[in-house]
Structures are given as C-alpha cells and as structure tokens.
Design a protein around this ligand. Structure first.
Ligand code: GDP
Length: 313
C-alpha cells in the first residue's frame, strides 16, 4: 500500500441485545481522541435510526471509524435479530474480525448464539469482551467458560476456540486482560484489536472492485451504496461500471465518495483496497453487486446468504 494509506482494521461488533454494544462503541469513540475535551459524547450513537429507537434494539448496520495509534479501526454494527439474518452475513463479509460482547452476569444469550454462529461460519476469530464487570455480584470467569462451551457447541475450530478475551466495562470505559489487573481506559481493547484482527487483504494495484453491502438513501445524494473496496483504488468523479447480479453492466460515475470518520461520513478524494466507503452515483443497484473499473469489470463472488434478505431503502 502506498504511504498515504493508513493501516486499517475492519471489525464487526456482535452481541445479544442490551449486552452493551452501543455504550462500548461510545466509549471507544470518546477515547480515540475524536471528540474534543469539552464536547459531549452523544449517547446511543449507533442506535440513531428511529425504528431502532422505537423498538429499543439495534437493527440496521452502522459504520463508525475510530483512530488509534495511526490505525483506522472501522467498526461495523451487526444486527442481532434473527429477522436480519441476511444482513448479518453481509456485514460479516465486509470485515476481517469481530468483537463479541457478553454481559458478565448473563453470559451468552440466544442472540449471542445466533450471531456467533454466523461469525464462526464466516471463518472469523472473535475477540471476546466480557462486559459490565463494574456491576456487583458478577462472575466474569464463568462467563468466559460459558462462551467457550458455546464456541465448541457451534463447531468452532481450534484457532477460534483459542479466542483472545478481555474483561471490562463500556460504561466505565475500561478494559483489562484479567480480573487482577487495574485499568482505567480502553487501551487493552484497542491493542487487542490491532493485534488479533488481521489487516484487510486486497491489492491496490489490481483493478477496482467494490462489493455493495448496504444501501442507504439521502435526499441530497439519492441512493448511497456502502461497501468494501476489495481491490484497487476508488476516486471521486471517476467513471465506473456496475456489474448487476444478472451479469449485465451499466456505466456510471462515482459522483460522491465518502469515508467514515467517527460517526460522520466525510467526503474523500479516494480510498483503496481494504477500506469501507459510501458511494453515490448509481441508483439502480442491489446488495451484493460489484462496482468495478470500467476497463476490466469483474464481479466479486456473491456473499452467501441463507435467509431471506431485507431490502434496505
Ligand atoms: P446494546 O443493546 O448492546 O447496544 O446495549 P447498550 O449499550 O444500549 O446497553 C444496554 C444497557 O446496559 C444500558 O442501560 C447501558 O447503560 C447498560 N450498560 C452498558 N454497558 C454497561 C457497563 O459496562 N456497565 C453497566 N453497569 N451497565 C452497562
């Protein structure tokens, strides 16, 4: 990769509802230096969707980027609900690692099982975060044992069963490798992500290939495509080809290229293999299709989805 491209880690965050995804991501954001000292950290940043607020559960996937020691960590929220099975697989197909959050008191719950199964099937090796250890009468060590039992039951391979784990509190903003160590910050978790999540593979020298993972819409930009640049470089304003799922090809232009920064989408000039981006310029698109270089348009393989998918509008 050329010098201007930062190191990247792409990680999905998976958990049973209420085990603390939103609070933990808030805490990572707050400690990544994105917010100025006197700026309040918004609460429930990943639950911004009205429907989610109404139901009190996280449904749509959201991207958040945090910077830590010259590495950009793209964190993708994963719906834990079985109705969104297809969405879970697509999100997991976009990342190279995942962070499994488990409530220290409750241990693994049905949605833990559901999302963990998908993550293991995708070949990801989760980092386990035993959360809410600030609470009274928790038994975090037992929670780890139960998580291991679940890994084994779900058919995890030896490498996956040898998962790294940490204890901590999203609310308290700390993570630590064991129950004896003191910690007042999230640094151990940031370090674990850098150490255990492999950097994205992909070749910047190859022709552009971007796979569409999520669709969004804005009144200003129209249809917005969110996906991962698998190979090559994507530039704002460039012409590109959309390879439809029936194999037909449509020419178009990347009219807007956005990257993720904290909770915002910011306009960028270019992005390269491994990065997650939002793109405007193509209207008639479906999830799974490929945006490619117009000279050599080659489709990426479709992400395997074994449940009915929900069309995002
Ligand atoms: P999500 O559904 O996984 O996004 O969970 P939230 O982050 O919304 O947290 C669910 C509830 O657990 C909220 O009431 C949080 O304040 C609480 N919570 C989250 N993390 C912690 C923690 O580390 N310690 C304690 N005591 N409560 C927490």
């Amino acid at each position: 990769m050329s010098a201007q491209h930062k190191a990247i880690r792409n990680i999905a965050i998976i958990a049973h509802v209420d085990h603390g995804k939103t609070t933990l991501v808030d805490s990572l954001l707050a400690q990544s230096g994105i917010f100025r000292d006197n700026e309040a950290v918004p609460t429930c940043v990943m639950d911004s969707n009205d429907l989610e607020r109404e139901r009190g559960i996280t449904i749509l996937s959201k991207n958040t980027a945090v910077d830590y020691n010259d590495t950009r960590i793209n964190i993708v929220d994963t719906p834990g609900h079985a109705d969104f099975g297809g969405e879970v697989e697509r999100v997991l197909g976009m990342v190279d690692g995942c962070l499994l959050i488990v409530d220290a008191n409750e241990g693994p719950m049905p949605q833990t099982r559901f999302v963990l199964k998908k993550a293991l099937e995708q070949g990801l090796r989760p980092i386990v975060f035993v959360n809410k250890i600030d609470r009274a009468r928790v038994d975090p060590e037992t929670a780890v044992d139960k998580v291991l039992d679940l890994f084994i039951e779900l058919g995890a391979d030896d490498d996956q069963c040898d998962f790294p784990y940490l204890f901590g509190s999203g609310l308290g903003g700390f993570a630590k490798p064991d129950m004896k160590t003191d910690s007042d910050n999230m640094q151990p978790l940031f370090d674990a992500i850098l150490r255990h999540v492999p950097p994205p593979v992909g070749d910047v020298e190859k022709p552009l290939q971007l796979q569409i993972t999520t669709l969004d819409y804005s009144d200003f930009l129209g249809r917005i495509i969110i996906g991962r640049v698998h190979n090559g470089v994507i530039k704002q304003g460039q012409s590109a080809s959309l390879i439809k799922d029936d194999g037909s090809i449509k020419r178009g232009r990347i009219s807007k290229l956005l990257g993720f920064q904290g909770l915002q989408r910011v306009e960028i000039d270019e992005a390269s293999a491994g990065d997650l981006v939002a793109v405007a310029g193509f209207d008639d698109v479906n999830i799974g299709e490929t945006i490619a270089c117009p000279d050599e348009p080659t489709a990426l393989p479709l992400i395997k989805v074994d449940e009915p998918t929900l069309q995002m509008t």
